[in-house]
Design a binder for this molecule. Structure first.
Ligand SMILES: [Fe+2]
Length: 374
């Protein structure tokens, strides 16, 4: 980090980038109880009221603290680290959320956490969430095998997302089901509910209560890892999969749900945002033949990779296991089973990312704040 103050301008060189700190940018961050409410950390004034011709009169850096005086009479002290975090593009975007670790079938260790009573404020929850954000999933062991205990656990992290399926769903074979999940057949890799608005549920939890059958293995695929493979090796397919907008539809006797999105969605920075793959409910619009040709070729490649042994991991859930996974990144499925061998009963529910993101940020401040500061 390099720092200069000349001609009323603060220049900071950080991570090989030069930032000329705009006086208003700095002024609207000026800490202190005159400017920010100490209880809520919210601004006590309207920042658009700051004089557009504001100037910095003086500036002194010592011991990672920056003393600044403005020509509107405001003055105060900044922690330099607070400003530097905002200049780090990755940290500014993801905060304490760790970098993703993309994986394939060579993944050696399945991320696991051990359930503890009232663990939500403990460091073990921080570690659980860190693994979840790195790998897109984590298996939580030793969760009591009581029906609906899952809701108690998930609600401790954040409010369970209630859908038209209810607060939770039972995955077991049942007669006349409204979804293929409720038959003992194999379920190919898929993401859940891309037809929901505003988005498919972010996180799914599946709690194994009984698993007495010899089949019924759970499968997971890292959709972002497959996307990265296609990006590097099949750029034309990548273009089609990230640009073709599909419609997804669910219908039962009470409701029709529809939404749109790409099979691989990128954010504004070109980073992976979400994969959608639910081939029984998706509909591509009637595009020009050439575009459809490319799309069908790309979709075939995608389907082949999602079901390839190069990318899929397969394991058996035991009673007491909760599989928590990112429904925007991972695809899940299961192998078929013979329901005459015994019972297989999972309970599932959904949670949104604002709960896990918010809890991770909170636990990071509680346990690891000093590591963030540079
Ligand atoms: Fe599913």
């Amino acid at each position: 980090m390099d720092f200069h103050f000349e001609n009323n301008t603060i220049k900071i060189i950080h991570q090989n980038k030069t930032f000329n700190l705009h006086p208003i940018w700095l002024r609207e961050r000026l800490p202190g109880e005159k400017y920010f409410d100490l209880d809520t950390n919210q601004r006590l004034y309207e920042p658009s009221s700051i004089d557009l011709k504001l100037k910095i009169i003086s500036c002194k850096l010592s011991d990672h603290k920056l003393d600044v005086e403005f020509n509107d009479g405001a003055q105060g002290q900044y922690h330099l680290d607070d400003l530097l975090i905002e200049m780090d593009g990755e940290k500014n975007k993801r905060g304490p959320l760790p970098k993703r670790i993309l994986w394939n079938s060579q993944l050696e260790v399945i991320p696991q956490a051990i359930f503890e009573e009232d663990m939500v404020e403990k460091e073990s929850m921080y570690n659980l969430l860190m693994d979840f954000y790195k790998y897109g999933f984590v298996i939580i062991k030793n969760v009591p095998t009581e029906s609906k205990y899952l809701l108690k656990f998930v609600n401790s992290i954040g409010p369970v997302k209630v859908t038209n399926f209810g607060e939770y769903f039972d995955v077991m074979s049942k007669p006349n089901p409204n979804d293929l999940a409720y038959k003992p057949i194999a379920l190919p890799p898929h993401t859940d509910n891309p037809y929901r608005k505003p988005e498919a549920p972010g996180i799914q939890f599946l709690h194994c209560l009984k698993n007495e059958v010899s089949g019924g293995f759970s499968t997971l695929v890292d959709g972002f890892s497959v996307a990265e493979y296609i990006k590097l090796n099949e750029p034309e397919a990548f273009e089609s999969l990230t640009k073709t907008n599909l419609r997804y539809r669910f219908q039962d006797k009470d409701i029709i749900l529809e939404n749109w999105g790409e099979l691989i969605e990128l954010d504004k920075d070109g980073d992976y945002k979400q994969v959608r793959y639910s081939t029984r409910v998706d509909y591509v619009p009637p595009l020009e033949s050439e575009k459809l040709e490319s799309f069908y070729k790309a979709r075939k490649l995608l389907g082949d990779l999602y079901t390839s042994s190069d990318f899929e991991i397969k394991f058996k859930l035991s009673p007491g296991d909760v599989m928590m996974f990112d429904n925007h990144r991972l695809l899940h499925g299961r192998t078929s089973y013979d329901s005459s061998e015994g019972a297989r009963h999972l309970q599932g529910c959904y949670l949104e990312f604002d709960s896990t993101d918010g809890k991770l940020r909170h636990l990071h401040e509680k346990y690891h704040l000093s590591e963030t500061n540079l």
